[in-house]
Design a protein around this ligand. Structure first.
Ligand code: NAD
Ligand code: ZN
Length: 374
């Protein structure tokens, strides 16, 4: 297509500075350079990580920036040397046949398949994360920065080839965009990071999109008892639907959650997950899993510079404390498989979708997130 060589003008939600709301602007998107892909974003969802950018708690995010990292779209054009995905093409052998561009999910943890981390099957963090600090976006004459290599709050975005995963052409993009971050992260937190065993007990602190997906992951791994915790009781119905067996609010107890959970189970949980991002709930989650073989996984993102004080005996007695980024999936290889499982109806991530909004109402989406109604 002609656009291969053209600057595209489209809408994008830009954050000009920390603390400012998103502003929907017309931006210019430069064509992809060698090794890059231009993607037409069809749908994107809002994750709390995007909210963290607005709050300015990520030290390495430069402003102005286009956030968004849970998107799905169609390849518009590709730069030199790109072989794994293709834009729309015209097939002359069969007459006027037009083959649409590949459907893709941009991935916020790229996978170059060459560095020592990418070659380690246990790792999902690429060492070649930032080959080029330049930007493909401009607005009102100013350079706009990319976020997590993907910036999906734009109608068109330019991404590294090794940060896009090609998915099945039958995938509904407005549904599978969720698999790009929250769903995969959190299911992976249960399956890959904690390695939840069938018949075990699990507790999940925080029932946002991420926490609810962790509940689904624990259920899929065969946990027999899943205790879901949130201060917002409106979240309990969905947690129940997704497989939680008990739901509790810290507001209903005078004791700390770790004591409540230890009483409920006798000796503490087999697995605990913190999916809020607060230092106090992180230590509560650690103390909630059993003192000897308990595994606590940190999924929530703490504010940068946060410091945790904890009794070292909690870990000395045998507990394991782990963290996870994107559920430790190697996203480039796993996303196509997850999409295939979605199409085979092996799980129903649609239940995590609360509503659809046009890009012009992006701030409304964040208001709903604050109100806990996303
Ligand atoms: P969310 O705001 O939708 O959900 C957070 C939930 O925690 C809410 O339901 C809220 O009511 C509840 N909560 C708040 N304080 C609480 C408390 N003291 N006790 C119990 N419940 C409490 O957020 P989300 O999109 O689900 O994201 C959750 C966290 O996961 C964020 O910190 C986000 O940045 C992080 N995250 C991590 C990764 C990763 O790869 N590790 C990826 C994406 C997001
Ligand atoms: Zn790599």
């Amino acid at each position: 297509p002609l656009s291969c060589f053209q600057v595209i003008r489209c809408r994008a939600a830009v954050v000009w500075a920390v603390g400012k709301p998103l502003s929907v602007e017309e931006v210019e998107v430069a064509p992809p350079k060698a090794g890059e892909v231009c993607v037409k974003i069809v749908a994107t969802s809002i994750c709390h990580t995007d909210e963290h950018i607005l709050e300015g708690i990520f030290p390495n995010v430069d402003f102005p920036v286009i956030p968004g990292h849970e998107g799905a779209g169609i390849v518009e054009s590709v730069g030199e040397g790109v072989t794994s995905v293709k834009p729309e093409r015209h097939h002359i052998i069969y007459g006027m046949c037009i083959i649409p561009g590949d459907k893709v999910i941009p991935i916020s943890l790229p996978h170059c398949r060459e560095c020592s981390f990418c070659l380690n099957p246990e790792s999902n963090y690429c060492l070649n994360l930032l080959p080029d600090k330049t930007s493909r976006f401009t607005c009102k004459g100013k350079q706009i920065h990319h976020f997590l290599w993907v910036s999906t709050f734009a109608e068109y975005t330019v991404i590294l080839e090794y940060a896009v995963a090609k998915i099945d052409a039958a995938a509904p993009l407005d549904k599978v965009c969720l698999l790009a971050c929250r769903f995969s992260t959190r299911c992976g937190a249960a399956i890959n990071t904690a390695k939840v065993k069938p018949g075990s007990t699990c507790t999940v602190f925080g029932l946002g999109g991420v926490g609810l997906s962790v509940v689904m992951g624990c259920k899929a791994a065969g946990a027999s008892r899943i205790i879901a915790i949130d201060i917002n009781k409106d979240k309990f119905a969905k947690a129940k639907e997704l497989g939680a067996s008990h739901y509790i609010s810290p507001h209903d107890f005078k004791k700390p959650m770790q004591e409540v959970l230890t009483e409920m189970t006798g000796h503490g949980m087999d697995y605990s997950f913190e999916v809020i991002g607060h230092a106090d709930t992180m230590t509560a989650a650690l103390a909630s899993c059993n003192m000897n073989t308990g595994i606590c996984v940190m999924v929530g993102e703490p504010a940068s510079g946060s410091v945790i004080c904890f009794d070292p005996m909690l870990v000395l007695s045998g507990r394991t404390w782990k963290g996870t980024l994107l559920g430790r999936w190697n996203m480039r290889d796993c996303i196509p498989k997850l999409v295939a499982s979605y199409l085979e109806k092996k799980f129903n991530s649609d239940m995590l979708i609360t509503r659809a909004l046009p890009i012009a109402k992006v701030n409304k989406g964040f208001e709903l997130l604050h109100a806990g109604k996303r």
